[in-house]
Design a protein around this ligand. Structure first.
Ligand code: SAM
Length: 285
């Protein structure tokens, strides 16, 4: 009877080769096959670590037949490591189709975690990291990008974006145009993380626009943008939001406990749970 192989999802460095883990090297050496986004690119990395495992290509445009071939290999008991050009596969990188299908076939999918630019940037930004929303790449066209930014402008969690050197200036300019109080809303620009020309900038959106324009080098390389969540609303807006949250909580409390109704209403309307709880208690006398 055949036992199925394992699909290892292996993170590789985002710049500095020393960021690869010992476990990642061991997994890459031990598997039967490495499925890489770009085999030519990965060959250099694998040579550096003396990994001689056979390589095959897997990317977003791989045909269904190619994906099926990998699944057949796994089902036949061969182990495969999935890698992307840099960082963690599936994080703005190929891999989802293969992982989804492998799971559906009952194949074990095991992470070998390591570098990811989103986490590296968040860990040094100095912007709240307790709750964050990962947006990845915004649309390339300004009209579409502004539409998406108009939605994200209301997000109270920190928002993390990936951006390319060609669009970094335009993207920051759109953020400053669409998001309220760009002179106050903070953004962290992480350029070339873990590499020779690593640069960090932390300031308001308007300051970031000026910083990128101040030196051509500031728009070269790879970027992560960490945007501070929506700032506290002015009192008048907050009062209106609290009124609305109170109404929602009252409706919900017909069906749910007060605690649950308040928690849900606060989440739906976007007010602080404790503040809404206090308002509801006051109302009850
Ligand atoms: N899977 C990768 C990860 O886990 O971070 C991301 C792949 S995505 C195709 C590439 C984007 O990630 C770049 O355009 C950039 O926005 C970001 N990125 C990757 N490496 C970076 C680095 N060293 N410094 C800053 N941003 C980086």
């Amino acid at each position: 009877m055949e036992t199925t192989g394992t699909l290892y999802v292996v993170a590789t460095p985002i710049g500095n080769l020393e960021d690869i883990s010992a476990r990642a090297i061991a997994a890459l050496k031990q598997v039967d096959l490495i499925a890489a986004e770009d085999t030519r690119h990965s060959k250099r990395l694998l040579q550096h670590f003396a990994v001689s495992t056979p390589l095959t290509s897997y990317h977003d445009f791989s045909s269904d037949a190619d994906v099926q071939k990998l699944l057949d290999d796994l089902s036949a008991g061969r182990s495969i490591a999935l890698i992307s050009d840099a960082g963690t596969p599936l994080i703005s990188d190929p891999g989802f189709r293969l992982v989804e299908k492998a799971r559906a076939c009952g194949i074990a999918v095991i992470p070998v975690p390591g570098a990811s630019a989103v986490i590296a940037a968040l860990s040094v930004a100095g912007i709240p990291s307790d709750r964050f929303f990962f947006e990845g790449f915004l649309p390339a066209k300004s009209t579409q990008r502004c539409k998406r930014l108009a939605v994200l402008a209301h997000e109270s969690s920190t928002v993390v974006f990936y951006e390319s050197p060609h669009r970094i200036a335009a993207c920051l300019a759109d953020m400053a145009a669409v998001i309220a109080e760009p002179n106050k809303r903070k953004v962290f620009v992480a350029r070339e993380l873990t590499k020779k020309f690593e640069t960090h900038f932390l300031g308001s959106l308007l300051e970031a626009v000026a910083w990128v324009a101040s030196d051509d080098n500031n728009s070269r390389g790879e970027f992560v943008l960490v945007l501070e969540g929506r700032l506290e609303q002015p009192d008048s807006e907050l009062d209106t939001a609290m009124e609305k949250a109170k109404e929602v909580a009252e409706l919900l409390s017909a069906e749910l406990s007060m605690k649950r109704a308040v928690a849900l209403a606060a989440q739906i309307v976007g007010v602080r749970k404790n503040a809404l709880y206090a308002v509801m208690l006051e109302k009850q006398g």
